[in-house]
Design a protein around this ligand. Sequence first.
Ligand code: ADP
Ligand code: MG
Length: 626
Amino acid sequence: MSIALEQISKHYDGTAAVNDVTVDIAEGEFFVLLGPSGSGKSTLLRAIAGLTTIDHGRIVLHGRDVSSVPAKDRQVGFVFQNYALFRHMTIADNIEFALRARRVRVNERRRRRAELLALVALEGMDNRLPAELSGGQQQRVAVARALAHEPRVLLLDEPFGALDARIRDELRRAIREIQRAVGITTILVTHDQEEAFTMADRLGVMDRGRLQEVGEPRALYTVPRTRFVATFLGAANLLLGHDDGGGVRIGDSVFRPNRRSSPATVNGTEATIVIRPEDIAIAHEDESAYPHPIGTAAVTELEFVGSSERIRLKVTSSDHLQSALSPDAGAFTIEASRNAHDSETFPLVSGQPVAFGAKRIHVLSTRISTMRLIAGTEAAGKQLRESVLVRDLADRMHIVPSVRVTGADGKDPLLSGLAVVALEDGQGLAGAVRVLQAGACQVLAIGNGERPVERLLIYTQPSRPARDGALSAAGSLLRHMNIDATLLVRADERFMYGRRYRYLLDIRESALRVHGVDVRTESFRGNIVHELALRLRSSATTLLLVGVTSTASGRVLIDGLGKLVSREACAAILLTSARGEPEQRPVWPEFRRYAVARGAVARKTSSCKARFAADRNPAGARLPGG
Ligand code: ADP
Ligand code: MG
């Protein structure tokens, strides 16, 4: 591995500019960091170069931990946006600057300078001053200068920012060629999506200090995992689908998403569907738009852009067809684009009714796709909408919350996505439980006198980790909130012998792989409600996330939590229900099966237990009490 970043965090004035970034970059790779302005890209790059310190984590360059090595000893070359050439020095002196500082002999300096000027195609320009070169040429000199001392890593921070479009294009190609010729591992920072696509071997998308997703450009574009990446990497139509057991229903069609790239959804839950404009199919009103018909719409805008045509369609929302951005709005817009050939064979006019469908769709693995505020009255609903947490989440997740006033019986059959209720005095979790019983998979109960959330505590009753609703919800939350998260795992006496230790490993692995959350795990002994009470006492700015099963023990847990939140202050509590998931089986049968499968002779229980433990704990991970 050429560059390994492990859980890098950097705070300015208490807020994280870079939050828990972990990524590996291979030797010779051209890696692009893409994100909006202020997302932490430059901070991360400067941290790698050693130009800024980090608060947490490790930076490993070619196997060497350089976290506390000074910048000049990291073998890193850096190019900034504003060409930082020395104005009063010739090109030759600029390029040789780093070599002179390293006391390289004059002959060697000359040889290296000639080589570099040839590499960046500026031979013979040695004696010019920077002001005598064009912007593009100056940036090429900056690249040559950064490569002079033969660094093993090249970092480029928006190097094309100040150039006009044509020169930028040329320089992109030049830099990519130079990088290939030298074979140097490179990270380029940009906020330009097209630039990222054309240059990257792999792409990392940053937002609010977090590295949201990493992948090859095409994969991130076609199968993103988050709303942010789906919409940041280009225009995207977001529709709301519903899992109906066999697939995801959207409008007139049921899609069977690829289970490997899509989440395991539970019957009845919502899913966010991404359809790119070029993947929208348009047909005559009385025909079906193949291959996946969705519904009908009216053409509202047509825009001719030479090679293609941009079309806006107005769709009237129905029970079957809703926008995932504001599901309760009456109508929404679909963006489509067609190539010149299609627009000639089937010309459209403004106002024309059409049928539309999708050539390709993608189901997002975001657990929280809509937010509904459940309240007894309109006024109470408005109050919920004003709560800090709701405003924050809605803003960050690009969700427009809708208010739903419940009837006298408090039942509402249409609950999915994230339901939000107020924690009422003396009621415990009764309101939240009613919503769960009405079929919701996740309910957020917000305390009054709510404070901004600073940390997330997660506990989940054992269920199959890959399908764990609590972890999946945690993943959604953590991608969008700048907070620390801790997963609590019970460690009883049987912990190290039984399935629980296995479970701990599974749950961490799965949290990272399936849900994209890297959380700290802490074990505790005894009763979870007592444990949470202790932890709440030390900080009331906690959001509790508790996954409960729909079994007797789930009911006992909810009961305990209800008493807890009536007694202790917490910012909010999010309950997720693992509907239909089996509860954890007893430890012993599992252990026996394992022992037999491993050929361990289970003559003496104690030795077999020990072997099991040693096998399960090869790296000597710390176990409770040990
Ligand atoms: P990007 O390069 O993605 O535009 P930056 O890494 O420059 O983002 O900044 C990330 C966040 O950190 C921003 O909110 C910015 O205001 C803050 N920040 C960056 N550098 C400093 C600094 N030296 N002092 C205080 N805040 C900073
Ligand atoms: Mg920047």
